[in-house]
Design a binder for this molecule. Structure first.
Ligand code: TRP
Length: 528
């Protein structure tokens, strides 16, 4: 559709909607949300929908991840990547990676190369706080990110998109704001979710968590604004299914999620000043070019990929070009009802919540977890079960560390030696342990603890201990700039470091410029 006709139909709809529903004045008119309301028979995966194909008899089929890789044009994560990961970090790949629950990527090899050569990068992930309590499925990308952060010893930013959830919800409700759906409510959910995320065990020294409503501004907002200028409405609607009735706030949100991947959106984390009230630091009048060269890796579930496809295409068009963002993408934690759906906060019987009691966990697994077992005990013993579709087994593959035990369970289930009830019992024990330990840590996360993570401060991290390049050797590389070099001990850096950072900020126009990628790829932070 050409832009002109979109505008024409927008004008038409606004006119009509305003006349038709005076009570909705000030709200986006007639939002018939092309998003979220389709009842597809084909598999549909995007940031606002996750559903497997529905077959002729109305049954939802398991999500076809191979097809997703093909459709999205991402790469499969292979044994080669696992070996390379182990070689670069000197540590074994962890279970979510070994078992290919993180199964796809873009330029993961490039982030490994950059880390091997220059010693550091930034991790970025996020969460849309749609309710006050998180479930097991929400925890998966964070558990993985935590492992990555520990292994690489690099800074991490976590974006809580209270604005996205507000805009999405109101858009979905035809512009009407329902009870519990005000901006403040989503900010409140974000705070609760931040506490949950902290309880997963992130290191306060190198983790910055923020909500959009609280943090957006300064250099971040400039990156957002610039990014908005690089995306046309046609491109955004192509990727997200927006239509002329989508609110402009919701349509524009994507620029924030993309600009959040630029380290230059967070100068303070790297010892550089930001430009915000009340100081309006004169040395931060312009965004810091030196920060733009730090590469970023985003671990996330694959439904978020459409955002980052748009991001990657534009990294190099920013005023201070950024290496193409690298991605490592996960599958979804299956709903209790079985493959084809993901755990959903709006359906309590589909999910195990982090606030569930041991009895609730036991009950949900026993009552609702889809079984890959046979109809009768006799048949099961005779023909064996199918662990691949068995929800209890699937959850164990996410949470049970021991490869040998997992393999043993699968084998015994297949042979019929192990019954559904036993598999469920093993799963219940493991989940009760995980959730119970989480709840113990969660009790310790006070408001003050939360605030210590949401305060912008210089991150303390060591990066790759094997990179010993002197500033001369690493000329133009990441380790050269004080920005990406490991931080001082006090979180703000020493006086000398701060002075050096200021100096560097001044000098940054003279810093070497990044080489243009020959292959149109990216993720290479090389400065020539
Ligand atoms: N849109 C995501 C959600 O609804 C939140 C998010 C923001 C995110 N930035 C991210 C998720 C980066 C993964 C990676 O949950």
């Amino acid at each position: 559709m050409c832009i002109l006709s979109i505008e024409a139909s927008l004008v038409y709809k606004i006119k009509n909607a305003t006349m038709a529903s005076p009570e909705a004045v000030g709200a986006p008119p007639e939002v018939s949300a092309g998003i979220d309301q389709k009842k597809p028979s084909k598999q549909q995966i995007d940031p606002y929908n996750v559903a497997g194909e529905i077959d002729d008899s109305g049954n939802t089929k398991a999500i076809d991840y191979d097809r997703l890789i093909e459709e999205f044009g991402t790469q499969p994560l292979t044994e080669h990547h696992l070996r390379r990961f182990e070689e670069v970090t000197g540590k074994p790949a962890f279970r979510l990676m070994r078992r290919k629950l993180f199964f796809s990527h873009r330029d993961f090899d490039k982030i490994l190369d950059a880390y091997e050569k220059y010693g550091s990068f930034m991790l970025y992930t996020g969460r849309g706080p749609s309710s006050g309590s998180m479930h097991l499925g929400h925890c998966i990308p964070f558990l993985f990110t935590k492992e990555l952060q520990e292994l690489f010893d690099v800074p991490l930013v976590i974006m809580m998109t209270d604005d996205e959830k507000y805009l999405y919800t109101r858009n979905k409700n035809d512009g009407v704001q329902k009870k519990g759906n005000a901006a403040e409510d989503f900010l409140e959910y974000a705070h609760e979710n931040i506490k949950d995320i902290i309880a997963l065990g992130f290191d306060a020294k190198k983790t910055f968590i923020y909500t959009d409503y609280e943090y957006l501004g300064g250099h971040f907002y400039r990156n957002t604004s610039e990014f908005e200028s690089l995306v046309t409405f046609n491109q955004a609607s192509g990727a997200f299914g927006f239509n002329a009735s989508t609110s402009i706030g919701f349509a524009a949100y994507m620029a924030k999620q993309c600009a959040a991947a630029f380290p230059s959106s967070y100068p303070e984390l790297f010892g550089y000043p930001d430009y915000r009230p009340p100081e309006y630091n004169p040395s931060a009048q312009r965004r810091h070019k030196a920060l733009a060269s730090i590469p970023t890796l985003i671990p996330c579930a694959i439904d978020q990929e459409p955002y980052f496809r748009i991001l990657r295409d534009r990294c190099e068009r920013m005023t201070d070009p950024h290496p193409k963002t690298c991605l490592i993408l996960s599958k979804f934690l299956t709903a209790l009802q079985g493959p084809g759906g993901k755990m959903s906060a709006s359906d309590p019987n589909s999910a195990i919540f982090m606030s569930d009691t041991p009895a609730q966990i036991k009950n949900k697994i026993n009552k609702h977890a889809f079984s890959g077992g046979r109809e009768t005990a006799e048949d099961h013993k005779k023909y064996g079960g199918n662990p691949d579709v068995d929800v209890a087994y699937t959850y164990l593959s996410y949470f049970l560390e021991d490869d040998a035990e997992l393999e043993d369970l699968a084998q015994k289930y297949r042979s019929g030696e192990m019954m559904t009830g036993e598999m469920k019992a093993r799963c219940i024990t493991e989940l009760q342990k995980f959730v119970g330990e989480f709840q113990e840590r969660r009790k310790e996360v006070t408001h003050e603890v939360m605030r210590s993570y949401t305060t912008p401060r210089k991150m303390e991290y060591g990066g790759n201990p094997r990179v010993k390049a002197s500033p001369e050797e690493a000329n133009g590389s990441l380790t050269e700039t004080p920005a990406a070099a490991p931080a001082g001990k006090d979180g703000r850096g020493t006086k000398g470091e701060r002075k050096a950072a200021k100096l560097a900020a001044k000098k940054e126009g003279k810093l070497p410029v990044r080489q243009k990628d020959q292959d149109g790829g990216g993720g290479d932070a090389t400065a020539s």
